[in-house]
Design a protein around this ligand. Sequence first.
Ligand code: PXL
Length: 281
Amino acid sequence: MDMQKKIAVINDLSGYGRCSLTVAMPILSVMRYQCCPVPTAILSNHTGFHTFFYDDYTEKLTAYIGAWERLGLSFDAVLTGFFGSAEQIRLVTEIVNGMKKKGSAVIVDPVMGDDGELYQTYTEEMCGRMRELAALSDVVVPNVTECCLLTGMPYREAGFKRQELFAMALRLRDLGAKSVVITGAREGSFLTNVVLEAGKAEAEFVRMRSLGVSRPGTGDVFSSVLAGAVLGGRPLAESVYLAARFVRDCIKKSDELGIPVLNGVCFEELLGKLGRGFVRS
Ligand code: PXL
């Protein structure tokens, strides 16, 4: 009997800058899962750098997943991230729907932008497709920018009140997501995460003091730890706390070690500690 859980991660492979699969694979591995990547694109480095090589993988996806289907593979969960085209999101939505029917928990990190801006490769059409994918999710994990894009709410530099964030979370649930986690809403020197769990009428707010500047890839670190904690059976709010604390500690460590901001967070330094927190009972 296979006692180890498997998680498929549909995300890009960026060679430099610490994001997407290069973050998700080590984190989920140290949390004792078999992490099975499905690459959506191959990049030399993330798109925050002024130049990058980019190879879209849309045309290969059907054949890649087809082989998994012929092998009869199934996954305890699937986590999605960055996509290269609207057509790719449509395909991934079909793939995720198939996995969901076979019993996979679905966690969607709707990677679209940050700080009120869309990522360089993102289009309006992709946002529409992302709404359809998010509708399939057991947990959707947008940052505030992505939450605005998904709900049609204009982004405000000055931030949002808790009541407004709660209203956006409810709207995401109306779109079809079962549980909603809105990450990194600024409240003075704190970053607050809004947790609206399936079937609950009230949200919980999980606050963490921010200990440094924001860095690329931290959303991927967050969604990976969250997915791992949820798959391990932890309650959603506790999983959010563990993810937020790990991101905070990674940012602090990165500042201490003088890691350039564009290079993301040096999560490698803290992987051992993360793993020790997830010993199988
Ligand atoms: O961390 C989000 C992300 C994922 N993948 C790629 C990116 C980014 C953010 O810039 O460029 C390729």
